[in-house]
Design a protein around this ligand. Sequence first.
Ligand SMILES: *Cc1c(COP(=O)(O)O)cnc(C)c1O
Length: 221
Amino acid sequence: MNIAQNIENIKAQLANTSAQLIAVTKTKPISDLEEAYQAGCKVFGENKVQEMVSKWEVLPKDISWHLIGHLQTNKVKYMASFVSLIHSVDSFKLLQEIDKQAQKHNRVIDCLLQIYIAQEDTKFGLSEEEAIAILTSSELAQLHNIRVVGLMGMASNTDNLEQIRLEFRGLKQLFNRFSQEYILPNTAWKEVSMGMSGDFQIAAEEGSTLVRVGSAIFGHR
Ligand SMILES: *Cc1c(COP(=O)(O)O)cnc(C)c1O
């Protein structure tokens, strides 16, 4: 695996799209992250809080850390001082906890609502109705230390590329509809996090702004 070469290839494929590359570094050793960093990649995604914290501690502080995996409320406090985007918010209770912990550090933490878009029942996420309930809740307006800046979704684990494309397209349409119907003007509503190693090109074509790519950079886990 040539990490630098892989990053260069992926960035070239994303060049004429609006997608930014998040290097998913879960399970990978520090030396791999350092190699990616040297290759110019400074946004890393991790799916476990503890692992992200221990990597954050030893690596340069100009790296942005994204939490992309399922998050339990009792773990938020460990990363509230530094996490830059949480992709996987799937309850209002979790948003309240993120707000509370962010406040302790005088920060505003950006969050995405994870939407359930796959034809499977193994993945976390909100239904459209649940997301609307959060976005329109009067309590949301009381949370001053978080910003909900967009949506995240994971496509079905299938070889059917047309199905994957339609799932991504649906998420992008939901993002657009929410911005017209529920998002106040001047709100930072800007991110659609979709696409992984197997489908990031499709996601980028369908309007992803953040692709989360692990194995295509670092090899199999
Ligand atoms: C692991 C993971 C990825 C990256 O998966 P790859 O197939 O290795 O690119 C993306 N998103 C989430 C939420 C993940 O947990």
